[in-house]
Design a protein around this ligand. Structure first.
Ligand SMILES: Cc1cc2nc3c(=O)[nH]c(=O)nc-3n(C[C@H](O)[C@H](O)[C@H](O)COP(=O)(O)OP(=O)(O)OC[C@H]3O[C@@H](n4cnc5c(N)ncnc54)[C@H](O)[C@@H]3O)c2cc1C
Length: 291
């Protein structure tokens, strides 16, 4: 049973920020409602005021330029990202990730900003965006700040968002030369949340196959997305062989801190990390070599 609340549907960011500032932690922002409404129905969240930002069309966009990179408005639905020709061509891993997120119905209504702000550790977009070096723009009546997405997550379902603050934009830097990025998740039911998700981005040398940079990001194995930095350190500066990736997978599994739940035991999740890091590392290497 949902507790009564007062509902607002501002049409501008400024109007939404005023409401968010006025009602502070007594109010909840609602985007597509795909995650929040479930929590409200379960009685886990019971705001006195609900501020729907879904009608703020100025936060629904996908733009790109060679210098600044990709900019995605926080209210852009998952389905728009999946179907964007620009993203498919220049940031294909993002579009591919979206095809595996939930159902078409949920992707049509749920927004990328809502997904990131919800901070479910099994969410798909965060590992991919962190692998791409993304940051988020947070706005309040006091101004704006930009945080690396990697620093946005604090704990299970907790972020750096302050009361009165909105996530308004996601920024992805232009991909470096000879870079390839990939993502996969293991899940038992297709279009369900990840049991384990792994994103990898590899940058190769301009004229050789030495790894200039690698980012390995694990989802659903800790309260927040995890950069497997020790595994990255092992691979960076070397030729990426299958054996090196096998070792990287083993190291990454020690950087994970998974729980056991009805979907998988912690031990099984660590095994998945080993397999998926090796697999994603190899696919990212192929993509980088072909870029
Ligand atoms: C059946 C089903 C299957 C799903 N499967 C997957 C899946 O496979 N992978 C996956 O990653 N997700 C999955 N999800 C989750 C879901 O798709 C996303 O979490 C959803 O897109 C969130 O977006 P929203 O706009 O609906 O957010 P809402 O539900 O409106 O909001 C979520 C949270 O974010 C806050 N919020 C929303 N927008 C902003 C903003 N701009 N600034 C600040 N705070 C904000 C809200 O206050 C709330 O706390 C699934 C959901 C359902 C219902």
């Amino acid at each position: 049973m949902i507790k009564d609340f007062e509902y607002f549907a501002p049409r501008t960011v400024q109007a939404a920020l005023k409401l968010a500032a006025k009602y502070g932690d007594k109010c909840k922002i609602i985007g597509g409602g795909q995650s929040l409404l479930i929590l409200m129905r379960q009685g886990l969240v019971a705001p006195d005021y609900l501020v729907s930002i879904k009608g703020i069309s100025s936060l629904n966009y996908v733009r790109d330029d060679d210098r600044e990179g990709l900019r995605i408005g926080a209210l852009t639905p998952h389905r728009v990202i999946e179907k964007s020709r620009l993203i498919q061509e220049k940031y294909p891993v993002l579009a591919e990730m979206e095809t595996r997120l939930a159902s078409v119905q949920t992707r049509n209504w749920g927004t990328i900003g809502g997904n990131l702000a919800h901070a479910d550790p099994a969410g798909d977009p965060a590992p991919v965006l962190i692998a791409l070096g993304a940051s988020v723009k947070l706005e309040s009546l006091n101004g704006e700040r930009v945080l690396p997405l990697e620093d946005f997550y604090r704990d299970f379902f907790e972020t750096a968002l302050r009361p009165g603050e909105l996530l308004t934009e996601i920024r992805v830097p232009p991909p470096p030369y000879r870079t390839g990025a990939v993502y996969t998740k293991f899940n038992v039911i297709e279009s369900d949340m990840a049991t384990v998700g792994v994103a990898a981005s590899v940058t190769l040398g301009k004229k050789n196959s030495i790894c200039q940079d690698i980012r390995i990001v694990l989802g659903a194995v800790a309260p927040v997305p995890v950069r497997a930095k020790k595994a990255e350190g092992l691979v960076r500066g070397k030729e990426i062989t299958d054996d090196l990736l096998r070792k990287a997978g083993e190291i990454a599994s020690t950087e994970a801190d998974p729980i056991s739940d009805i979907h998988a035991s912690a031990t099984y999740r660590r095994e998945l990390v080993k397999v998926l890091v090796k697999r994603m590392g190899a696919q990212a290497r192929e993509r980088a070599a072909a870029a």
